[in-house]
Design a protein. Structure first.
Length: 235
């Protein structure tokens, strides 16, 4: 009896140890991310809360909810969102738990509830953030006017919502095979390839492991991205 109890205690101790190691490993993984480079927004209306960074006027007619890429510091996307805000779009950059959008797919729902003045909402994101934005969009098509994917692809069917997909020709992080298969899930897809751009070029966080080398300056990739997005919204 004592021997059996001892074995159970040892098994419980091993399980606790493995759980602790798993948590420690995950925290180490999440902490090993990409820091945002220095950038000063040109727009004056910048508000940072515990959950978001908001660029632009919250009374704007149109809003854009943005989910960051995995382990990327949120402010790395300031250059693109700042430019969009200057064009009159209220941009809400969501801060994700552990900087992984998979842990808060429905964050956009709270954003829309908290900013009722915005009449028209778009959602999008970069890489994993884009995939999670697409997952939200698939369940809330009627509440949105468009989905914008930067080096990302939908994982669920998008039946009616217009979708803009952008990726760089030198992107070596994006799984092109999965992208080609998943792109067909979006019935109304508009796709552009940014020549010379890469995966990390959509943000301001330096070089990403496994990425291809861009020959397009990142400032030009930002500007092309903004131009494509504004054209998509106007249509």
């Amino acid at each position: 009896m004592k021997q059996g109890r001892s074995m159970l205690l040892r098994a419980a101790a091993v399980l606790l140890l493995l759980t602790a190691l798993g948590i420690t490993g995950f925290r180490a993984y999440a902490a090993d991310g990409y820091a945002a480079g220095s950038y000063t927004p040109q727009i004056k209306e910048v508000e940072e809360t515990e959950d978001y960074i908001i660029y632009g006027d919250t009374d704007s007619a149109a809003g854009f909810i943005f989910y960051p890429g995995a382990k990327v510091e949120e402010a790395a996307y300031a250059p693109i969102l700042d430019e969009l805000a200057q064009a009159g779009i209220c941009c809400v950059l969501v801060k994700m738990p552990y900087r992984l959008a998979v842990f808060d797919v429905n964050a956009a729902e709270r954003v829309m509830e908290e900013l009722p003045e915005v009449e028209t909402w778009y959602i999008g994101g970069h890489s994993l953030g884009g995939a999670m934005a697409a997952a939200f969009a698939a369940e809330h098509e009627s509440a949105l006017s468009g989905l914008i994917l930067l080096a990302a692809y939908p994982t669920e069917e998008i039946k009616k919502l217009p979708v803009l997909s952008l990726y760089g020709s030198e992107d070596e992080v994006l799984n092109k095979e999965k992208y080609e298969k998943s792109a067909s899930l979006a019935a109304r897809l508009t796709e552009y390839v940014i020549e010379g751009g890469n995966h990390a070029g959509f943000g301001n966080y330096g070089v990403q492991k496994g990425d291809g080398e861009a020959y397009l300056p990142r400032e030009e990739q930002w500007q092309e991205t903004v131009d494509y997005i504004l054209n998509f919204m106007e249509k």
